[in-house]
Write a protein that binds this ligand. Structure first.
Ligand code: HEC
Length: 218
């Protein structure tokens, strides 16, 4: 007798639970179909047509001449630095002199110039590096120009293969008539990588030759 009642209670419970599961299942499949990646229940995000947050942009760092002279590096337009290097004979070992934005005489070397060709996000926000297109493999590189190494820069553009010498991009030492000057200072409509102006970038590079406080060597 007692056992029968227990059976009825358990039976009713099981039937109830199975019923609930089937009901939830029907509701789910009805809404989502046979999938586990259903997000119909996610709250819809309301957006207003008026932007409520100001996009985070950093203005270019403007340094005055005085601020620049206080630093241990010189402050110069990137294109002018490359120009000074070209005019001084484009050496990979010897240093060259240039005048910076604070009218100081400064000294730099090829090591200061090379990063300008290999760094991305440098000439303008989101810019690709020169090497991204002008890579060491002249078979695929744009204008068959390899800007990834000193040898590549000197070998020039439009090269038939790795061993070939191409067109001088350094204007035989005459900066303003060089191809490199042209492609750094002018915008070239329709040429990827050269659509945006590259001139105007100011960088810290080299060391001032004047007003260095001499530190006595022990
Ligand atoms: C998105 C790819 C791309 C990037 C990045 C790029 N270039 Fe170019 N560049 C080209 C293409 C394409 C040409 C060839 C234009 C043509 O055929 O007239 C070219 C041409 C040149 C030329 C002229 C070569 C010649 O013989 O006509 C020079 C110099 C040059 N680029 C230098 C640079 C420098 C320096 C940088 C980095 C500041 C740079 N490029 C970044 C694609 C790029």
């Amino acid at each position: 007798m007692n056992d029968d009642v227990r059976k009825y209670i358990y039976g009713a419970l099981v039937v109830f639970l199975v019923g609930v599961l089937i009901w939830v299942g029907i509701v789910y499949i009805n809404a989502c179909g046979f999938t586990l990646s259903c997000n119909r229940g996610v709250r819809v995000v309301d957006t207003t047509p008026v932007p409520t947050m100001i996009p985070a942009t950093l203005p270019a760092l403007e340094k005055s001449g005085e601020e620049a002279s206080a630093s241990e590096h010189c402050y110069v337009a990137a294109a002018d630095l490359v120009g000074a290097w070209v005019e001084a004979g484009a050496s990979d070992t010897e240093s060259f002199e240039f005048t910076d934005a604070a009218e100081r005489t400064c000294e730099a070397s090829f090591e200061d110039v090379q990063p300008l060709f290999v760094q991305s996000n440098l000439w303008y926000a989101g810019s690709r590096s020169c090497v991204n297109c002008h890579s060491a493999d002249v078979a695929v590189s744009s204008a068959q120009l390899d800007l990834s190494s000193y040898e590549g820069i000197i070998a020039g553009s439009r090269r038939a293969d790795e061993a070939a010498k191409g067109m001088d991009i350094l204007g035989a030492g005459n900066w303003e008539s060089s191809l490199l000057y042209q492609f750094l200072s002018e915008t070239k409509a329709g040429v990827p990588g050269h659509v945006e102006a590259l001139s105007g970038l100011m960088i810290s590079a080299g060391t001032p030759l004047s007003d260095i406080t001499a530190t006595p060597t022990p």
